[in-house]
Design a binder for this molecule. Structure first.
Ligand code: GLA
Length: 356
């Protein structure tokens, strides 16, 4: 018996690093993703074959994080999670294909985890509530990939909706689809730099924001406004980290109002603020991401631009008018490559449905 599942990548629009601070995120699933298909085996072995990463084989009773074949960890972590949830996974073979580039901030890891979870649930005729699947994928990331990530990526990959943004409240875990103006478009630009220190830097930011909340006597940075923060005493580094999170929560709330009013320029201005805060407060931008944003912001038709996802390398997202999008993509590619020596991949993305 065989099964097949697909899960998309995501683009985070506002609410950077707020998810593990019980905050708000505005995000969307994109029209690029990963597909996992295969069949059961009766020898308790797992055989993986990825068109991008190669082959890997392991026994079901030897599930351990892999130091060499790191891409397999996302799958093995999900298998572990399903077994721990009491689901009777047996051996299986799986082929992994797709058009979602890895390592560039579009959450190919969550797409792989979510597609694997959907595939295995189908293959072994089991079911789990969608949020539980998201938590299981998050846990795979913690225990097998070593990143203390929040729920943003798997939630978006599961709950994405065509032509909609997803508003995720990481405190109540409420997910809401918000319609996205049809005359606007999103461009993704890969900076072409390795997200080398991303893992340790990400975990450090998580620790710093939690230290800031503790120093302020709060359960989470969700519980303070920018004005209140300005009046409190806090060590300079923790203040900058906290200002980013608190500002991002505020910007998500502001963006929702702009979306209601179909005000793309207002929304874009918040994205620009977000990038400045990443650069100066959270220090999760890079010179390359800053350059992509700087070039984009000078082009007619661009409403705003910022890094997307964890940062420390990866990609930017540019909000622009739909009619100008193709010309902007072409100019952004040309100017960035002239100034950085790196030819970036720039593409228009559609907002897509979640995993199936
Ligand atoms: C990565 C993590 C998410 C989130 C973003 C930043 O994508 O996996 O949980 O923290 O960074 O917003």
């Amino acid at each position: 018996m065989g099964a097949e599942a697909y899960a998309p990548g995501r683009v985070e629009l506002l609410g950077n690093h707020t998810d593990y601070n019980q905050g708000l995120v505005l995000t969307a699933a994109i029209d690029r993703g990963l597909r996992v298909r295969g069949e059961r085996r009766n020898d308790r072995r797992i055989l993986l074959d990825s068109s991008a990463m190669g082959r890997f084989e392991i026994g079901l009773d030897e599930l351990q994080p892999q130091a060499e074949t790191r891409w397999a960890n996302y799958i093995l972590g999900v298998v572990r999670g399903l077994l721990d949830a009491g689901i009777a996974i047996e051996g299986f073979s799986a082929k992994i294909e797709g058009n979602l580039p890895g390592g560039c901030g579009l959450s190919s890891s969550a797409a792989l985890e979510v597609a694997t979870a959907f595939f295995l649930l189908k293959l072994f005729s089991a079911d789990l509530p969608a949020l539980e699947i998201a938590r299981l994928c998050q846990h795979a990331e913690h225990s097998f990939a070593g990143i203390q990530s929040g729920l943003l990526d798997p939630v978006t990959s599961i709950f994405g909706r065509a032509n909609h943004l997803i508003l995720f409240d990481a405190r109540s875990e409420e997910v809401r689809a918000v319609s996205f103006p049809l005359e606007l478009a999103l461009l993704i630009a890969e900076s072409g730099t390795e997200r080398g220190l991303a893992q340790s830097a990400y975990n450090l930011r998580r620790a710093e924001t939690q230290a800031a909340a503790r120093a302020l006597g709060l359960a989470a940075l969700r519980d303070i406004s920018p004005n209140e923060l300005a009046e409190r005493e806090l060590a300079p580094l923790l203040r900058r980290r906290a200002a980013h999170i608190v500002g991002e929560n505020d910007r998500v709330a502001g963006a929702l109002e702009f979306l209601c009013e179909q005000d793309g320029a207002g929304f874009g201005a918040l994205m620009n603020e977000s990038q400045e805060s990443s650069r100066d407060n959270f220090e999760n931008s890079t010179p390359e991401l800053d350059l992509l944003v700087e070039i984009a912001r000078d082009l007619p038709g661009v409403l705003g631009a910022r890094l997307t996802g964890g940062g420390f390398g990866g990609a930017t997202v540019t909000l622009c008018t739909r009619e100008a999008a193709t010309g902007i993509a072409e100019k952004l590619t040309r100017r960035y490559s002239a100034r950085s020596g790196i030819t970036p991949r720039v593409f228009l993305c559609a907002l897509a449905d979640g995993a199936r």
